[in-house]
Every structure is written in C-alpha cells, then in structure tokens.
Design a protein around this ligand. Structure first.
Ligand code: MTE
Length: 396
C-alpha cells in the first residue's frame, strides 16, 4: 500500500528522545526480547517490559491484512513463562465425562484447522478515554489490535472427546503465567459461554486452541506452546500459555473474569458484582496514516486504516467514511482487503485537505446499518473505546 510521502513513520531516535524526555510513555524495543523475534526485527513501541506490553506504530498496521508477528501488539499481565514443550500437558476437567491430560503430540493428532482472526485488547484506544479523565493502566493508542492466521484444534473437538456433562454452561481457561495483584499471585484466566465454544461457523471455529501464528509456532510472548483464540471476543478471553480448561456451570471466578474486564463507572465493589464480563469486541475503526499532528501541504492526501466489525456472528463492515470538514461531508473509503468473519478490513481514501482542515474524522458502519458512535460514555477501566476517530493535522 502506498502512503503519502508527507507522512513520516515514527522514527526510532525521535521516539527515544521523546521517551527519555518523559513526553510519552513508550520506547522502542531494545536489547533482548523475551521472544523468538530479534530486537532489530521488532517494530513495537514498548509501554512496559515486565510485564511486556507493546504496540506497533500505526502506519505498520496497514501494510498487510495479516499482521506480521513483529508488528503484532503484546498484552501480558504477568511474566512471560518459559515452557518446556516436552513435559507440557493441557488438562481438561470439571463437568466432563472423561478428564484429559493432553501432550503436544496428542493435541497434534486432533483434526487441525486454520482461521484468520483479529485480536484486539479491550483497552485499545484507552488514551482517548484518558483525555476526558485519566485512567490507570496501559495507555494504549490505536495499535492494540492485529490480524493473524492461527492454526490448531477446535475447542469443540476437545470438548467432544472429553464429553460435556448436562449441567455445563461455561468453559474456563487458565494460563501458566503468574500475575501479581492486590498482594496475591495467581494465573491469568478467562472464560466463555459454552454456546460460543461450540459455535463453529463455516471456517470460523467458536474457539481454537492455537499452536501456530502466521504459519510458525507461537512465540513466547504470544503464548507458546498453546493459546486460546476466541474470534469476535476481546483479547482477554484468548488465554495464552494455556494449561487448563475447566467446564463449569458458571463463569470463571478468576480475577480477570469476575472483577476486571467489566464496564463500570467508578469501579465500586457493588458495580463490579452487578456487571457481567465483557465478551464481544465492538465495531471500531482508526486512521493509521497520516498520524496525529502530521504536517501536510494543501491538496490531496491518501489516508489508510482499519475497520473492525463487532463480534456478532454474520456482521461485516458495510462502509467506512472520512470527513475533512468537521463532519459536514463524508467521503467513502475503499475497502482494500478481504472481508472475513471477525476480521478487520483495511481501507484507504483519497481526501482533499486545505488550510481550513484541522483534523480528519473517521467512522465505520456495519452490515446491520449500525454506525460507530460519535462519542462514548467514559468508564473507569477505559475499555471498548470506539468513538469516531479524530486525527489532528497541520495543513499549511
Ligand atoms: N493470557 C495470559 N495467560 N496472560 C495474559 O496476560 N492477556 C490477555 C490475552 N491472554 C493475557 C492472556 C489480553 S488482555 C490480551 S488483549 C491478549 O492476550 C493479547 O494477546 P497477544 O499478547 O498475543 O497480542
């Protein structure tokens, strides 16, 4: 994809300078990376190294529909565990007829399926929430999202083998990492309704136990040797370093299901207790190039970005619109990538800008006719920010 020559990619030296000056809480990966990716190959901007939280510069995201691993965001709450694949076992327990303990070799004997699916963090675009009122947590820009080709075993096949009991309603996942929170140390966990686990649609499984990402074994940062991938759901449900699957009659009591990843105004215990966990990802979109603050000459500018359909089965992106005049008129963007369930679509648009242009505004519309909201309600954790995307420009 061609980018406007006036758009400059974030440059390593500038970023380091800004970071050391405290201007932004990000820096480029340097030195040893706790994954198979060599530091010089990684394009990520690091929010924190322990735990590892990093996102790509936005222009990198629109280079290809499938995001290369070196440009794929990393969101970890604890350490990146080193796992011996030979002694690794995945247990399947709870409301099942036959509990299982599966080695890698046993997992590889299940029928293998590939699916391309977008993973996005519920906290993507948190910085925009934080502008209204500061929010604690990783200050994600618009890059906590990526689209990858995953390969592995359908969760429904594993559950079939174990035999799900009548009372089952939810499936819990547990990782091998250690998260420290509130003076306690525990593993990251997630859970999904049993209906989702069993909802295999055409080529898209309800959930996949993935062992490869873009045709290579998962890297340590992305969950080696096995992770969940739950297409259409927020990234938090796609548990990495998967060690345990529990079939239950209720959602997981894990902190990241019971307390975190919920929409709350203040975050009081009552609110947390009253609200359900977030599952689906929302309709969303962002301009990836030009980036905020870009200096442009009056004339035509090529802009590009992503649009994400909501995690509702069968719903796709219908339209992406850009405005260069504060929403008075809108230009249709061209969808430039494949459309596939629970995957983002890349788009580009050719827009005229002049000295009166202060910003570009973007919104996506889905196949049900639902428009991305102009504004969203602030929430204490800064989740699911999906308001129209504004990119300020300097045109002179
Ligand atoms: N799984 C474990 N075990 N530990 C984690 O911290 N983070 C979750 C999810 N799975 C997490 C996890 C969150 S919040 C997201 S958004 C995705 O992993 C990110 O996946 P990635 O790092 O491969 O991009």
């Amino acid at each position: 994809m061609k980018h406007s020559p006036v758009v400059s990619l974030i440059n390593r030296r500038t970023l380091l300078r800004q970071w050391s000056a405290g201007a932004i809480g990000l820096m480029f990966v340097s030195g040893k990376l706790p994954s198979a990716i060599a530091a010089e190959e990684s394009r990520l901007l690091v929010h924190s190294k322990a735990p590892m939280n990093a996102e790509p510069p936005l222009p990198d995201l629109v280079r290809s529909w499938v995001t290369p691993v070196e440009s794929f965001f990393i969101r970890s709450h604890g350490n990146t565990p080193e796992i011996n694949a030979d002694s690794f076992r995945l247990s399947v327990e709870g409301l099942v007829e036959t509990p299982l303990r599966l080695s890698q070799a046993e997992l590889s004997r299940f029928e293998q399926h590939a699916v391309t699916a977008t993973l996005t963090c519920a906290g993507n675009r948190r910085t925009e929430h934080s502008r209204f009122k500061p929010i604690k947590g990783v200050q994600w820009r618009e890059g906590a999202i990526g689209n990858a080709k995953w390969r592995g075993v359908k969760l429904s096949d594993v559950l079939k083998k174990a035999g799900v009991r009548e009372a089952a309603k939810h499936v819990w996942f547990e990782g091998l990492d250690s998260v420290e929170d509130g003076g306690k140390t525990f593993a990251f966990g997630g859970s999904i309704p049993l209906e989702k686990a069993l909802l295999d649609r055409d080529v898209v499984p309800g959930a996949l136990l993935a062992t490869t990402m873009n045709d290579k074994p998962l890297t340590a940062d992305h969950g080696f040797p096995v992770r969940m991938v739950v297409p259409g759901y927020i990234g938090a449900r796609s548990v990495k370093w998967l060690s345990k699957i529990v079939v239950s009659d209720r959602p997981s009591p894990n902190h990241f299901v019971a307390d975190v990843y919920k929409l709350v105004d203040e975050g009081t215990l009552l609110e947390v207790a009253e609200n359900a966990p977030i599952y689906r990802m929302p309709l969303n979109s962002a301009i990836c190039t030009p980036t905020a603050g870009a200096a442009l000459k009056p004339g035509r500018v090529e802009i590009a970005g992503y649009a994400l359909p909501p995690g509702v089965p069968g719903v796709a992106i219908r339209k992406v619109e850009v405005s260069a005049d504060q929403g008075r008129s809108w230009v249709d963007a061209k969808l430039t990538s494949p459309a596939s369930e629970f995957c983002w679509q890349l788009w580009s648009a050719d827009v005229a800008v002049n000295s009166a242009t202060k910003e570009l505004i973007l919104r996506a519309i889905d196949s049900r006719g639902e428009v991305q909201p102009e504004t969203v309600r602030w929430n204490a954790k800064g989740y699911l920010f999906n308001a129209w995307h504004h990119v300020p420009l300097k045109v002179s």
